[in-house]
Design a protein around this ligand. Structure first.
Ligand code: FE2
Length: 230
């Protein structure tokens, strides 16, 4: 039976080719999703995901991106970058990652390579090319004093500027086995203090009221209460 006889001609807006393309797109999406989950799992195994830290970052990142009016494709890139920006830490020896005291210059040099390692891995996954660039630049600083490229201001990709703010904030407020989290107000005060030097002031401006209003809902969305979150 022909397409026309089935009522599937061009007039109906249906085409087998279109269906095939959609199927392939769907397959690509689910493969990409599985790859993201697998990489995330690997970070868990290496004990590099401190609890739901990265899940919370993804939640905050998407909320900030939405507020900035970014489109869905860019929001997805930012979500992935928030989840996997530190994936490259698998390339840093445990002796350095888990060292209690300050790192010596040689160790610090290796530690500072983790954004490039993250980029090297993520860029190989079809569809994660832009997320890989966000990961590459997540330790740049707004005044150009960061690494690896010393980019400044808006030269730093927007996804990297967002991850930088929320990564610092979440690290400050989260409870860890070895330290208590800072009160939200104090963490926000520090973000403001370092706005324009370390952080993009526009991202900080958007994040401030959001952090005050939505803190509980973000912790809820990631299934952990603030007091117990690691
Ligand atoms: Fe990092």
């Amino acid at each position: 039976m022909t397409d026309v006889a089935l009522g599937l001609g061009s007039g109906s807006g249906f085409s087998w080719e279109g269906l095939r393309v959609r199927e392939l797109e769907e397959k690509l999406r689910s493969t990409r999703h599985a790859t993201i989950c697998a990489l995330n799992q690997m970070l868990d195994l290496k004990d590099l995901n401190t609890g739901v830290h990265s899940t919370r970052l993804a939640e905050w990142a998407v909320r900030i991106g939405r507020e900035l009016g970014l489109d869905d494709a860019r929001l997805e890139d930012i979500e992935v970058a928030a989840l996997l920006h530190d994936a490259g830490k698998v390339g840093v020896p445990d002796a350095i990652l888990k060292k209690a005291g300050p790192l010596d210059p040689g160790e610090w040099r290796i530690m500072k390579m983790h954004p490039e390692f993250s980029w090297a891995v993520l860029r190989l996954v079809p569809g994660l090319e832009r997320a890989s660039l966000f990961a590459l630049h997540h330790h740049e600083k707004y005044d150009g004093s960061g690494y690896p490229s010393g980019l400044r201001g808006r030269e730093i990709p927007i996804g990297a500027r967002i991850v930088s703010v929320i990564d610092a904030f979440d690290a400050m407020v989260a409870e860890r086995p070895y330290k208590h989290g800072l009160p939200t107000e104090e963490a926000l005060r520090r973000l403001v203090k370092d706005s324009k030097t370390h952080f993009d002031p526009d991202v900080v401006d958007i994040f401030l009221p959001m952090a005050q209003k939505e803190m509980d809902s973000v912790f809820e969305a990631t299934g952990v209460e603030r007091e117990t979150a690691l």
